[in-house]
Write a protein that binds this ligand. Structure first.
Ligand code: PEP
Ligand code: MG
Length: 560
């Protein structure tokens, strides 16, 4: 019997979803405009371009209003990019050289995108957003519709080069079973919005370029794989997992706990107070990581104390009586801020980032702590503050001193660097708590840039080297009686969450969309079983073996 050959395409999974269905590909982008002289005057070309930009801005604004929430913010940021004076000036320079509006937009937007890309990190990822605006403006100039999501008339797995935020925001989840992109990393807007909408997605799957319309695939975000030509057995297994996930999503929301009743508070990672209500709805028992960078990202100077206080207050008001952990500004490396990180650094991830940058700009830290203390006094939440990228005991002491001086009673540190994991006991002698940032802890343990696709295979928190460091912190927490949480992406992986608890972690913080899956998995294991599963993972030699060992241990212990 002939068996269609199967391949497994690797990418980066977003969330834990799994889906089975036929592929429908996004139409390719329109042809790149040729460099041609215009028959119109530069003034006429400029007017055409301005009109096309306004049309696109209106379309993006309307899509944002229809989508709401985080998608609206992303699309509004795109509108601002389209109307940015730097972009208009670059277009004007092209047009005055006598080219067509289409070519001017292509060249000018391309130039600005290149500058963003050179900055790398968060801003680098925005180059793709700008490229999408350029395509839309060029389509408007040609009087063509912008390329959009296909509609084959049945549910499908959408395969795209990369998906523009404008398309991701309005994806019809009844039709789009899953999303696979050929380009894009875990911090692209496609990934961020997919995570927010709970879409099953695998991004950056290079070989997906070879998929054709109608090909049947399994998209497995949990294992970061797309399986082509799946067998009946694989499809049945996927269907079973889909049913289990649906049951988990529909289960009543309870506080996080293991099968034996051990409490494991499930908290939310938030980057904007606007998203607090949704987190509460999904059962967040508080906030385990509030990333304050969003307040600073779009400005060229730090926001005022009053502006900051208003945002913090809005956040705290959503969680009366609950724990809310706010992280001091984490600037540098993947989150560069021009007014804090102005030095040229060869290796910014190893440079003045996180607390190091704050201690060289003390007034920024002091203003932030002042704003937090004011917001704390005005609200009922239990505010904890923590410092990012702490690598020494001295830094811990300094941060705790600053926080206490400002009247903030609970001051802790993020454990993101192997040195602080190894010295966790000494660090916890000073800090009131530790929160493990597994994204950076993995980056620094494996010496693999978290933004670099070429070393993405090493960026795996299942690696036993990372797990051993987590254990150091867990043990230190037990010895000192201080709380230890995890707020990196690892906490959102249900089985890894069980391992983390087995290693001594007391609370887990994650994107709110992940709460239901983690809540359901914890309920399947007792504390003792979680410890045995963790032990099995720790003794593995590779990340893949650790996952396998944990799966095998979990299957043998399952209390179902
Ligand atoms: C981490 O490093 O795991 C973390 C939670 O911080 P961020 O992802 O914001 O660097
Ligand atoms: Mg980090």
């Amino acid at each position: 019997m002939a068996v269609a050959s199967q391949s497994v395409l690797k990418g980066t999974g977003i969330g834990q979803g799994v889906a089975v269905g036929p592929v429908a590909r996004m139409s390719p982008p329109p042809a790149v405009p040729a460099e041609q002289s215009s028959t119109l005057t530069p003034e006429e070309e400029t007017a055409r371009v301005q009109e096309a930009i306004q049309t696109v801005a209106a379309d993006l604004t309307a899509r944002g209003q229809a989508a709401g929430g985080q998608a609206q913010e992303v699309l509004e940021a795109q509108v601002m990019m389209a109307q940015d004076p730097t972009v208009s000036e670059a277009v004007a320079a092209q047009v005055s050289a006598g080219t067509t509006g289409e070519y001017a937009v292509h060249a000018a937007f391309g130039e600005v995108a290149e500058t963003l890309q050179a900055l790398g990190g968060y801003l680098g990822e925005r180059a793709a957003d700008l490229h999408d605006v350029a395509i839309r403006v060029i389509a408007a100039l040609r009087g063509e519709p912008a390329p959009g999501v296909p509609d084959p008339g049945h549910p499908f797995v959408l395969v795209a080069q990369d998906l523009a935020p404008a398309d991701t925001a309005l994806l019809d989840l009844d039709k789009v079973l899953a999303l696979v992109t050929i380009e894009g990393g875990p911090t692209s807007h496609t990934a961020i919005l997919a995570r927010g909408k709970g879409i099953t997605a695998v991004v950056g799957a290079k070989e997906a370029a070879g998929l054709n319309d109608g090909d049947e695939v399994i998209v497995d975000a949990a294992s970061s794989e797309v399986v082509t030509n799946p067998s009946q057995e694989q499809k049945d297994r996927a269907a079973e997992r889909i049913a289990q996930r649906e049951a988990a999503q529909a289960a009543p929301i309870t506080d996080g706990a293991l099968a034996d009743g051990t409490e494991v508070p499930l908290l939310a990672n938030l980057g904007n107070p606007e998203h607090a209500a949704e987190a509460v709805e999904l059962g967040a028992e508080g906030v385990g990581l509030f990333r304050t960078e969003f307040l600073f990202l779009s400005s060229d100077s730090a926001p005022s104390v009053a502006e900051q206080r208003q945002s913090y207050q809005q956040l705290l008001e959503a969680f009366p009586g609950k724990k809310v952990v706010v992280r001091a500004l984490d600037a540098g490396a993947d989150k560069p801020l021009p007014f804090l990180n102005d030095a040229e650094e060869e290796n910014p991830a190893l440079g003045l980032r996180g607390l190091r940058a704050l201690l060289t700009n003390e007034e920024v830290l002091r203003d932030q702590l002042t704003a937090l203390a004011e917001a704390d006094r005005a609200t009922e939440a239990d505010l904890w503050v923590m410092a990012p990228m702490v690598s020494t005991v001295e830094e811990t002491e300094t941060f705790a001193k600053f926080a206490h001086q400002h009247g903030l009673k609970t001051a802790g540190v993020m454990v993101e660097v192997p040195s602080s994991a190894l010295l966790a006991e000494q660090i916890l002698a000073t800090a009131d708590f530790a929160s493990i940032g597994t994204n950076d802890l993995t980056q620094y343990t494996m010496a693999a840039d978290r933004l670099l696709g070429s070393v993405a295979g090493l960026q795996d928190p299942w690696h036993p080297a990372v797990l051993k460091l987590v254990r150091e912190v867990g043990v230190a927490g037990t010895r000192t009686g201080k709380p230890v949480g995890v707020c990196g992406e690892a906490a959102a992986d249900p089985l890894l969450a069980v391992v983390l608890v087995g290693l001594g972690v007391n609370s887990l913080s994650m994107a709110p969309a992940a709460l239901a899956d983690v809540r359901a998995e914890l309920l399947h294991h007792t504390k003792e079983q979680a410890q045995a599963i963790a032990e099995a993972a720790l003794t593995a030699s590779t990340a893949a073996e650790a996952l396998e060992a944990a799966r095998a241990a979990a299957a043998s212990h399952s209390t179902e």
